[in-house]
Design a protein around this ligand. Structure first.
Ligand code: ADP
Length: 172
């Protein structure tokens, strides 16, 4: 079957689950372009200011979608963001949700220098499966893969599995 465009992959999950590291490794071994939405938000001022309570920018979802539309409609991207419900559903052919055990996630966020409040907020988000639920609510179930990201072996296997998915997509 001739595909209308190369695939787009969304890699999502709570901060610290390994989205950037995994997505960059996939991009390095494929022809996908890596898009870190957080960086786009900062560099393109796609936000409505700093949120002191959550210690992050308040993202302007409409501006982000407008900024990404041209690139995403061409296909061939791997997009990294800790949320998924505001993107147009049609953009993505595969949605990967990374998950990490609480104690491991806690240590990663501590190493990153997050405040105690921000660590607790993110670990609770992971415990409550917030992003997994968001992905299931926003995309067809068969497009969503929930993958563990606790160890380097997990990461290698997640990268390999995604590269295989890309090969299969291209040849089917
Ligand atoms: N599966 C994993 N195994 C071991 N370390 C990991 C794993 N995933 C991420 N890390 C490490 O955890 C930290 C956070 O990863 P990062 O990719 O920045 O997460 P995110 O983009 O989801 O916030 C980095 O130091 C990274 O090397």
């Amino acid at each position: 079957m001739v595909k209308p465009r190369p695939p787009n992959i969304l890699i999502t999950g709570t901060p610290g689950t390994g989205k950037s590291t995994t997505a960059e490794a996939i991009a390095e071994s494929s022809s996908l372009r890596y898009i870190n939405v957080g960086d786009w938000v900062k560099q393109g001022s796609l936000h409505s200011g700093w949120d002191d309570e959550h210690d992050c920018f308040t993202i302007d979802e409409d501006k982000v979608c407008d900024a990404l539309e041209d690139q995403l409609s061409k296909g061939g991207n791997i997009v990294d963001y800790h949320g998924c419900e505001f993107f147009p559903e049609r953009w993505f052919d595969l949605i990967i949700v990374l998950q990490t055990d609480n104690s491991i996630l806690y240590e990663r966020l501590e190493k990153r220098g997050y405040s105690q409040a921000k660590i607790t907020e993110n670990v609770e988000c992971e415990i409550m499966h917030v992003i997994v639920e968001e992905a299931f609510d926003s995309y067809k179930r068969e497009l969503v893969q929930v993958l563990q990201s606790n160890t380097v072996q997990d990461m290698d296997s997640n990268v390999e599995r995604t590269l295989q998915w890309l090969q299969h997509y291209a040849s089917s």
